[in-house]
Design a protein around this ligand. Structure first.
Ligand code: SAM
Length: 261
């Protein structure tokens, strides 16, 4: 097992998402809004090319793991341009999806996709929401998804508790996040790619190299699979499990809100 420093006290407060060290939340919140406002229109293209197409495979796995059918009220947290939302619409046609994000520029791209018909008949509403403090009712969703969102949030425990709060008892959260490959050789090449490859692709697609230096740093600083499962349990989730994809470069987490809290 890869050892990473666990500091439950820090996790209950806030971290600098670039380093994982304790820091006031506004440092990360201001930076994340600026990063995603700058790259919003090129975000999907960058993701696809820089992951060598693996993003689609990981997304399909998320959709497969999510217990969604035609009666599901779904919330997509940090949903950005709507990659998870629109794939879910195409594959499982839920009753409705509330697509939320902190950065209006990302949701603007999603709204254009709704206009283009990407929701395929599923009612999709968009709303600017801070995942760490959601103005949404308790127990109001059957399934909550979040892809590559939690890593960018300084108050992670608070965000997980918010997801738990808005899920109905017995509801399911499915979270996709970059992670830590166990194999040291894979890890060595992956961390090299994060350090040099990701900023180079970012410069190519958006001209904002520094934004991608941040994104790569935030991936290296994010807790490994076991540690994040522990955070989900601490937040109050039950039946927590994870599934590695592509040698653990990313992982999918599935967890439930207890039927009785
Ligand atoms: C890497 S993007 C992922 C977007 C989308 N889920 C996807 O799979 O493509 C991360 C998103 O997290 C959003 N985000 C960061 N902090 C947030 C917060 N506190 N509340 C809600 N969204 C947040 C950013 O605005 C950005 O759109």
């Amino acid at each position: 097992m890869i050892s990473q420093s666990h500091d439950n006290d820090i996790e209950e407060k806030s971290v600098d998402t670039a380093t994982g060290e304790a820091a006031p939340a506004d440092i990360s919140e201001t930076r994340v809004k600026s990063v995603f406002s700058e790259i919003a229109t090129q975000y999907e293209k960058f993701n696809h090319v820089s992951s060598f197409g693996r993003d689609r495979v990981w997304l399909d796995r998320l959709v497969e793991l999510a217990p969604v059918d035609s009666k599901t009220r779904m919330l997509d947290v940090a949903g950005g341009t709507g990659e998870v939302t629109f794939r879910m619409c195409a594959e499982k046609a839920p009753e409705s999806i509330l697509l939320t994000d902190y950065t209006p520029a990302m949701l603007e791209v999603a709204k254009k996709r709704i206009d283009r018909g990407d929701a395929k008949g599923t009612p999709v509403l968009t709303k600017v929401v801070d995942a760490q403090d959601m103005a949404l009712a308790d127990d109001s969703f059957d399934v909550v998804t979040m892809a590559y969102g939690i890593r960018n949030m300084p108050k992670r425990m608070q965000a997980l508790k918010e997801i738990l709060r808005v899920l109905r008892p017995g509801g399911t959260a499915v979270i996709l996040e970059f992670s830590t490959p166990k194999n040291p050789i894979v890890r060595f090449f992956y961390h090299g790619y994060l350090r040099w490859g990701i900023p180079a692709w970012g410069q190519h697609f958006t001209g904002h190299r520094d934004d991608f230096v941040y994104l790569a740093k935030s991936i290296r600083a994010f807790p490994d699979q076991e540690h994040f499962c522990e955070m989900l349990r601490t937040a109050g989730f039950t039946n927590v499990e994870y599934h590695n994809v592509t040698f653990g470069v990313a992982a999918l987490y599935r967890a439930q809100k207890p039927v009785t809290e």
